[in-house]
Design a protein around this ligand. Structure first.
Ligand code: MTE
Ligand code: MO
Length: 300
């Protein structure tokens, strides 16, 4: 297979950057903007080559900014992300409004290079920067009665043109079972590729759950609510026969309208073959035990 320059460059530059990351001058030069955000490397990262910054920021799903893959990059620029507060409510000892820096302080940031598999059967590898969601929930004082966590995206139709139309039941909501939320792979991300989170990717703070279909990884979060009963997530509410609460990546359980056995890797080239989809998106060793004894055809 012939690689061309644009195929190999992003990753090479990226590896070089990682090598020289200690010098923030290199980081600044790379980021090409005033602010750099670094996270220490994590053993939970994949060693697969990340997609390019262009791919990750130009091909997005963020229906608040439109349903086309290029709409978020085109329309998200107007979103006000400073000031921003995340409200933590429900079954915690310390409810309140928290600043993003309180939830994800710079000295706690980690880099997590994860596979991302969309339910639409495409995938990428993204070098996120963030903190374990568990660290945030622990600091908020999770109560034993909290069995589920619910997340909500900002509701602001003035700045989110997609919200002016009833495409989904706004605001976008998601949820996790507490053991999923506390799993070390689950993070709140505030950046990627060594810089603050681009708006089209869910600035200033979004969830990343790498073993689940991408729609679980809710963007631009303003509320985290701890509750006893299972929340209804937006896509399940829209189309319950097609999208469930769990949404674990599973090549053996097809979407009613397409196969989930394989996917297209973004950036792999027009003529690249499809890749086989792995159980739990390749994270089975770490997460399969969460679902022991559950029928994953019923709990899709
Ligand atoms: N608020 C919100 N979060 C969202 C979405 C959305 O439309 N709105 N799309 C989801 C889907 S379907 C995917 S695949 C991922 C895409 O994340 P990315 O654009 O950073 O790759 O975001 C998820 N989070
Ligand atoms: Mo998705």
């Amino acid at each position: 297979m012939k690689l061309n320059w644009s195929d190999v460059t992003p990753h090479r530059i990226y590896l070089d950057r990682r090598r020289f990351m200690a010098g923030s001058v290199a980081a600044l030069a790379f980021a090409g903007q005033a602010q750099a955000l670094t996270g220490r490397p994590s053993p939970l990262s994949t060693d697969e080559a990340p997609n390019s910054f262009e791919e990750i920021t130009q091909y997005n799903n963020f229906y608040e900014f439109g349903t086309g893959k290029e709409d978020p990059a085109r329309n998200a620029g107007a979103l006000t992300i400073d000031p921003w507060a995340v409200e933590i409510t429900g079954l915690v000892d310390r409810p309140g409004r928290y600043a993003v820096e309180d939830l994800a302080p710079e000295n706690a940031l980690e880099e997590r290079i994860y596979r991302l598999r969309c339910v639409e059967a495409w995938s990428m590898v993204v070098p996120w920067i963030g903190v374990p969601l568990a660290s945030v929930l622990n600091r908020a004082g999770l109560r034993p009665s909290a069995k589920y966590v619910e997340f909500e995206t900002l509701l602001r139709p003035e700045e989110m043109p997609g919200q002016r139309r009833p495409i989904l039941d706004w605001p976008y909501c998601e949820g996790l079972r507490i053991d999923e939320a506390m799993h070390p792979l689950t993070i709140l991300a505030t950046g990627l590729y060594g810089q603050p989170m681009p708006r089209q990717n869910g600035a200033p703070i979004r969830l990343v759950v790498p073993w689940k279909y991408g729609f679980k990884s809710i963007k631009s979060i303003v509320r985290i609510n701890l509750r006893e009963d299972q929340p209804l997530n937006t896509w399940q509410q829209m189309q319950p026969s097609e999208y469930g609460f769990y949404a674990n990546v599973n090549p053996e359980v097809d979407h009613p309208r397409w196969s989930q056995a394989t996917h297209r890797r973004i950036g792999a080239g027009l003529f690249a073959g499809r890749e086989p989809t792995l159980m739990f998106n390749g994270y089975a060793d770490q997460v399969a035990s969460l679902y022991a004894g559950m029928d994953l055809r019923v709990n899709y």
